[in-house]
Design a protein around this ligand. Structure first.
Ligand code: SF4
Length: 275
């Protein structure tokens, strides 16, 4: 069976590589796809369905939507589309939006609190539908933007994992689009005639200034260095831990600590004493 378009073939190749490299999907898995109706979630659902029909292993899919309760959210389009394509689907209606408004200070950004609430609902749903994996639509650009955001503004060198086991060990979150760019996901969702909808959250589309800046920075650098995105994503899989400063990676030997203590006390290091 051939792919519908060269774009689909390219995305399928990248997703298959991620699945193999990070053991994202295994024989017998029931994969629950977070389906917000945004381009990335549709692209993920579509490509996993294509791969499911061709894969040498057997796995099943179910799309799930967490409705945050914002007026005008067209979740009906998601359920209709899933029905038309024969995709198993569940939706859970919540009051996450209202709860966030009550809890959050006026000048605070809602996204991290929102993500925590939604993650909690997804975990509960995963148990209910018997899912062994929870697939999220984060793509390559999300990974590298998160890396730079943490580097520039949080004093931390980290992005996000392609495969994450929840703290209680009960759930496995996977991100099969790790190698797929945002532009590819957008074109693929559109070409697959999937109804891209917004979540109707007041903050939606109003990305934080820092994320906007990082997006712009990458786009500017890309003009001079077209391979910059692929270099950054490769860097995340090619970490030179010996060339970092985190002492948790390189515990300092006890002797060195004693010498450092003595230096603090005014002792002159041996190598500095003239003989
Ligand atoms: S934009 Fe809105 S829906 Fe999206 S993560 Fe932020 S608060 Fe949640």
């Amino acid at each position: 069976m051939s792919y519908a378009t060269p774009l689909e073939a390219r995305i399928a190749k990248k997703v298959t590589k991620a699945i193999v490299d990070y053991r994202l999907i295994e024989d017998g898995d029931r994969v629950m796809v977070g389906l917000s109706g945004g381009k990335d979630s549709w692209a993920l659902m579509q490509i996993l369905d294509v791969l499911r029909q061709r894969a040498p292993i057997s796995f099943s899919l179910i799309g799930v939507t967490v409705d945050s309760g914002y007026d005008g959210y067209r979740h009906d389009l998601i359920s209709k589309t899933c029905e038309a394509r024969g995709w198993a689907y569940r939706i859970v209606h919540t009051e996450i939006g209202e709860t966030i408004e009550d809890l959050l200070a006026a000048d605070a950004t809602p996204c991290s609190l929102c993500a925590r609430f939604r993650r909690g609902v997804l975990y509960r749903l995963a148990t209910e539908v018997g899912a062994s994996k929870i697939a999220l639509g984060h793509h390559l650009d999300d990974f590298i933007e998160t890396l730079l955001l943490n580097l520039f503004f949080a004093g931390s060198l980290k992005a996000m994992p392609a495969r994450l086991v929840s703290d209680n060990g009960e759930h496995v979150v996977i991100r099969p689009l790790v190698g797929v760019t945002e532009a590819e996901a957008r074109h693929y969702a559109k070409a697959s005639e999937l109804p891209i909808i917004g979540c109707c959250c007041p903050a939606c589309g109003d990305l934080s200034l820092q994320r906007q800046r990082v997006k712009r920075l990458i786009a500017e650098l890309e003009v001079e260095h077209p391979d910059i995105r692929s270099s950054m994503i490769r860097a995340l899989a090619n970490v030179g831990t010996r060339h970092l400063l985190d002492r948790r990676l390189h515990p300092v030997p006890e002797q060195a600590l004693i010498a450092a203590d003595r230096l603090d006390e005014g002792a002159v290091p041996l190598q500095l004493i003239k003989r």
